[in-house]
Design a protein around this ligand. Structure first.
Ligand SMILES: Nc1nc2c(ncn2[C@@H]2O[C@H](COP(=O)(O)OP(=O)(O)OP(=O)(O)O)[C@@H](O)[C@H]2O)c(=O)[nH]1
Ligand SMILES: [Mg+2]
Length: 300
């Protein structure tokens, strides 16, 4: 492929919480790099997956589910969507959950009305759909508001329709040199993934407000020392009363978390690690600008 025809750009996955954006990103990237859980608001920051092949490099961007912010952390999540959709995108992949109640979300639609790049509508979770007639209404409702270029029906979980979507995304990319060096698959350090996977396991293990009140900070990350690879992470919670819940009776909950998270990290990074977890109370960190900056949620 000569340089004159090389295609490259940013394809941003946007939608409401739980639409299946991270599941799709993982399928497109061919690895479990963006945490997926059944709880909404799993993704808090934009996560890139760089996909390359003959004549193209597509940067897929997973974004937090769009919401009306109630606290400062959620405002940073909306800002992340704004940046990706408004500044980075060469294509927006607008994802809807076919099985969820009929809600396009006025706020998100308003945002997408302002983008200049093409928009693909992706109706996900087709494996759960019994009555397909409803989908025409859904599509018509979106088309009324947004200039949708193409529509796809997929099951991100089963991988159905994902190859066709990927092909169309590649074709929709502008002619441009690659944004990242060949072979690079992400823009993050391994310690970011370690923190994300511990957080993912917290989402899977704990209930109610606990996952939402938690931030995982990787304090120490040493590797290339044979069998002495070591990760030490601090779990920040918001209130004193949440600490014993994270720890559990006789330390049983945190022991389970440590085991699950270590396995997840080892599988992803392909090396053995010794993982150590501690819990600390950082009062009301979700509303503390200084903490949100330190945790990397506020991007300058
Ligand atoms: N049945 C079915 N479930 C799916 C499909 N895609 C995703 N899910 C499930 O939907 C839930 C949410 O998936 P995520 O990929 O985390 O959704 P998200 O849009 O990234 O969610 P946020 O990060 O919270 O915005 C998980 O339980 C997934 O397993 C699908 O095609 N079919
Ligand atoms: Mg997600």
């Amino acid at each position: 492929m000569d340089e004159k025809h090389f295609k490259s750009g940013f394809a941003v996955l946007a939608g409401l919480p739980n639409a299946g954006k991270s599941t799709l990103l993982n399928k497109l990237a061919g690895g479990l790099l963006s945490p997926v859980t059944s709880k909404p608001q799993t993704t808090r920051q934009n996560i890139l997956a760089i996909s390359e092949g003959d004549g193209y490099q597509v940067v897929f961007v997973d974004t937090p589910g769009f919401l009306q912010p109630r606290y400062k952390l959620q405002q940073t999540m909306v800002n992340a969507v704004d940046r990706a959709v408004g500044e980075e995108a060469d294509l927006v992949v607008f994802m809807l959950d076919a099985a969820a109640p009929y809600d396009l979300n006025a706020g998100l639609v308003e945002k997408l009305k302002q983008v200049f790049c093409p928009i693909f509508l992706v109706i996900n979770k087709m494996d759960l759909v019994q009555d397909e007639s409803r989908l025409n209404e859904l599509e018509a409702a979106v088309r009324k508001d947004l200039p949708v270029k193409q529509v796809f029906h997929i099951s991100a979980m089963q991988g159905k329709g994902v190859d066709a979507l990927k092909q169309a995304v590649i074709e929709a990319m502008p002619v441009s040199p690659a944004y990242f060096p060949p072979g690079q698959w992400t823009d993050r350090w391994e310690r970011f993934y370690a923190a994300e996977f511990i957080r993912e396991q917290i989402f899977l293990l704990y209930k109610k407000e606990i996952p939402y009140s938690t931030y995982v900070e990787v304090e120490k990350f040493t590797e290339d020392l044979g069998d002495k690879n070591y990760i030490r992470a601090i779990i920040h919670v918001e209130r004193e009363s949440q600490k014993p819940i994270i720890i559990g009776k006789g330390g049983s909950a945190i022991a389970q978390l440590r085991k699950n998270a270590q396995k997840r990290i080892e599988e992803f990074l392909g090396r053995k690690y010794r993982l150590e977890l501690t819990v600390t109370v950082t009062p009301d960190w979700r509303n503390n600008t200084q903490m949100l900056e330190r945790f990397g949620y506020i991007v300058k």
